[in-house]
Design a protein around this ligand. Structure first.
Ligand SMILES: Nc1ncnc2c1ncn2[C@@H]1O[C@H](COP(=O)(O)OP(=O)(O)OP(=O)(O)O)[C@@H](O)[C@H]1O
Length: 583
């Protein structure tokens, strides 16, 4: 599987994109920073008060004073804890909202991708980005980031507090810093590629599972079950192997951090002893300094330790942003050059990944209201042409203009307001018949639904026990392929776009139903600009223009009668079709 087909955002691009998301809520972000700072300052009070209590106790001081200080200790601790919880909750909420926006962007980007690019990248990679990566980032951002930020504030404020007692304490604490920084760099350098590989091998495993499930009929028919199970197991093993490597580095990382803490605490105690013996600080101040440093153990451990989680999240974020960025690259703002309901293909060429051209410099104009039938042998490129018009595939060169929009660059909502397609693989969605129809127009009035069904000749609707409220699709009343085609045509009528594409909409029909479906298509296409992929040449005969394709090129075009009179490829196809009917 090639995982480099869908881009991955660089760390810089990821940071910028993340900041852009967070900065959408500047007021709440500022309030959160303020609350977290206040919580960290409250935390400073406890060691300071304890230091004062030590001084009082050492000097044989007043018990009442000690009692008041103890109450102050409790109040500061309580306020610090409450503010800390409040700040972390505020931050978690901001992050959750930002992530929800990102999640929507990523899903939208995934469905906007050209089919060929998704197929090339491997569907497992896309699934991993919109599920596994989103989950990993979600967990890290809502679970880790608030605690991480709170710890970072505590460290900064505590270092400041140490400096206020005596600058030499701050220097003593910083003795441990080089080892901590070195340990962190050592850890990040080694584990960053491991985490990237873990995500990639996870995508491989997903790909393998999807392939096995998709191909399960062939897998079972050919007795390939154990071989496929082995392939999935191998992909899993590879993933686990890399994940374990990460765990091994994590253990060594914490060992080194413990050593750094030991060095730092020793330094603070030695400096405290020396400063006290020189009469520079009181015993209480030295105690407070030691307590400050001790207080740093947890936040430093958390910040350094959670780098690991944030790094994993950053890897996921990079892949998520990569998906949205690459969409932005391939789908800039819609280019528009006319607003009528025409289709203009301008020298369009397209090849599926690793294949020869499926379309070769195709130029075609369908005027507003005109109906064009595309005919040609199997593999001539008819369906590919329909996909390019629909924006499902993007031309390698040339442009497909649909109602004035570049179909490869237009926002899906804009494009779909102008064009709709009925494809060969008609899907009946689960739900009632009315719900199925309303997918095309959610606010359709109750009178519209029977009207469009009647227009496409779906008289079978009257025989259903619950009429429009009859459940259809999986688990409901099963429609025949012809009925499903009629339903799709009725949806098209409800949606009422000015332009329509029918890709072999009646190819499923037996001879008996063919005329009925031809009439249904006729009703659905009335008044629209349309392109009909016509395997049944009766559809070509009723079109304004017939276009004949061969090996990705247009080799003939013109009205039905003219092409027949010309005696070319279309005349041959027509003759063959007629004689197949009379047989
Ligand atoms: N998803 C795909 N991946 C790779 N090649 C494809 C894909 N779909 C079609 N092709 C190839 O592109 C060429 C054009 O196929 P296309 O489906 O557009 O032809 P068609 O005229 O619609 O054929 P049919 O009438 O059989 O549907 C063929 O060589 C086909 O094998």
């Amino acid at each position: 599987m090639s995982t480099d087909i869908l881009p991955i955002a660089t760390p810089r691009e990821t940071r910028r994109a993340m900041w852009r998301l967070l900065a959408q809520r500047p007021g709440r972000l500022a309030l959160t920073v303020f609350v977290l700072l206040a919580a960290a300052c409250c935390g400073l009070a406890a060691p300071a008060i304890l230091g004062i209590m030590v001084n009082i106790a050492a000097g044989g001081g007043d018990v009442m004073n000690l009692l008041w200080l103890a109450i102050g200790l409790l109040v500061a601790g309580g306020c610090g804890a409450l503010l800390g919880i409040l700040g972390q909750n505020l931050l978690a909420r901001i992050c959750e909202e930002a992530l929800a926006g990102l999640r929507e962007e990523v899903f939208a980007a995934a469905v906007r991708k050209p089919l060929a690019q998704l197929e090339k990248a491997g569907i497992g990679d896309v699934v991993a980005r919109v599920s596994g990566d989103v989950e990993a980032v979600s967990e890290a951002i809502s679970g880790v980031l608030p605690a991480f930020t709170s710890a970072a504030f505590t460290i900064a404020v505590t270092l400041l507090g140490l400096g206020v007692i005596d600058w030499r304490f701050a220097v003593a604490v910083l003795i441990a810093a080089p080892l901590q920084v070195f340990t962190l760099r050592w850890f990040l350098k080694r584990t960053a590629p491991i985490y990237r590989t873990v995500r990639i091998t996870e995508a491989n495993r997903t790909e393998q599972i999807i392939e096995t499930v998709h191909g399960s009929p062939s897998v079972l028919a050919l007795g390939l079950g154990s071989r496929h199970a082995e392939l999935v197991a191998t992909a899993s093993q590879e993933n686990i192997g890399h994940a374990l490597k990460g765990v091994s580095y994590l253990t060594r990382f914490y060992n080194r951090l413990n050593l750094a803490e030991l060095i730092g605490l020793s330094a603070v105690l030695v400096v405290g002893f020396w400063l006290h013996s020189e009469g520079i600080v009181t015993i209480g101040a030295a105690t407070a300094a030691a307590l400050y440093f001790y207080r740093l153990f947890d936040p430093i451990g958390l910040v350094l330790g959670q780098f690991d989680e944030l790094q994993k999240a950053a890897a996921g974020l990079g892949r998520m942003f990569g998906l949205t960025m690459s969409t932005a690259k391939t789908s800039p703002t819609a280019e528009s050059r006319a607003t009528d309901s025409s289709i203009v293909l301008d020298n369009v060429s397209f090849a599926y990944p690793g294949q020869g051209p499926a379309l070769h410099g195709v130029s075609l104009t369908v005027r507003p209201g005109e109906r064009v039938a595309i005919v040609g042998a199997s593999g001539a490129g008819k369906t590919t042409l329909a996909k390019v018009i629909m924006g499902l595939e993007h031309p390698d060169s040339g442009t497909a203009w649909v109602g004035g929009l570049d179909s490869a660059a237009a926002a899906p909502a804009d494009l779909h307001s102008r064009i709709a397609m009925v494809s060969q693989e008609v899907h009946v969605f689960s739900g009632t018949l009315a719900e199925d129809l309303k997918l095309a127009k959610p606010d359709a009035s109750p009178a519209e639904l029977p009207r469009v069904l009647a227009a496409v000749g779906a008289t079978w609707m009257n025989t259903l026990d619950d009429g429009l409220e009859t459940p259809v699709g999986a688990g409901g009343h099963q429609l025949t392929p012809e009925q499903a085609q009629q339903l799709a045509l009725a949806r098209l009528m409800l949606k009422d776009p000015p332009i329509a594409v029918l890709d072999e909409a009646t190819a499923e029909a037996g001879t008996g139903s063919a005329t009925m479906l031809d009439q249904a298509a006729e009703a659905a296409l009335a008044g629209r600009t349309s392109v009909v992929i016509a395997h049944r040449l009766s559809q070509a005969a009723s079109a304004d223009t017939v276009v004949v394709m061969e090996q990705g090129r247009i080799i003939e075009s013109g009205p039905h009668q003219e092409l027949l009179a010309g005696g070319g490829r279309y005349a041959t196809l027509w003759e063959a079709w007629n004689s197949s009917l009379s047989r």
